[in-house]
Write a protein that binds this ligand. Structure first.
Ligand SMILES: [Zn+2]
Length: 118
């Protein structure tokens, strides 16, 4: 199904790039993203996520035609590496269009995810 699903398969969330150990999920949260259908732009600056995201409880709270994202945080038991994976998606009727995941490796989103002190 085109370029987006290919990228999704290649990206292994729970596999440490440093030491190849399995990473363990610490938290997962869902956020509303103020971007509309056809206007998605990848955001690599953590400031965007702090300023623009709004936490929501489930996908029914996403306004029609707007993006949302799941952010999952992982920790590696092998080397201690932590990552936060942002997966933006757009619900279109019955299907979901997933964008390429954005990964933060230096704790940039810890405060957003409530992970200070880990
Ligand atoms: Zn590791």
């Amino acid at each position: 199904m085109g370029i987006f699903s290919d990228f999704g398969k290649r990206f292994q969330d729970d596999w440490c790039k440093n030491c190849k150990a399995q990473m363990y999920p610490m938290t997962e949260r869902l956020y509303f993203m103020p971007m509309t259908v056809g206007h998605y732009q990848e955001q690599k600056d953590p400031v965007y996520y702090f300023n623009k995201l709004r936490p929501i409880n489930d996908v029914s709270q996403i306004p029609t035609g707007f993006y949302a994202c799941r952010i999952k945080a992982y920790r590696c038991n092998g080397c201690g590496q932590r990552i936060a994976v942002v997966k933006p998606f757009l619900q279109v009727r019955d299907s979901v269009k997933e964008e390429i995941a954005v990964v933060f490796k230096n704790g940039e989103l810890d405060a957003l995810l409530g992970l200070q002190g880990w």
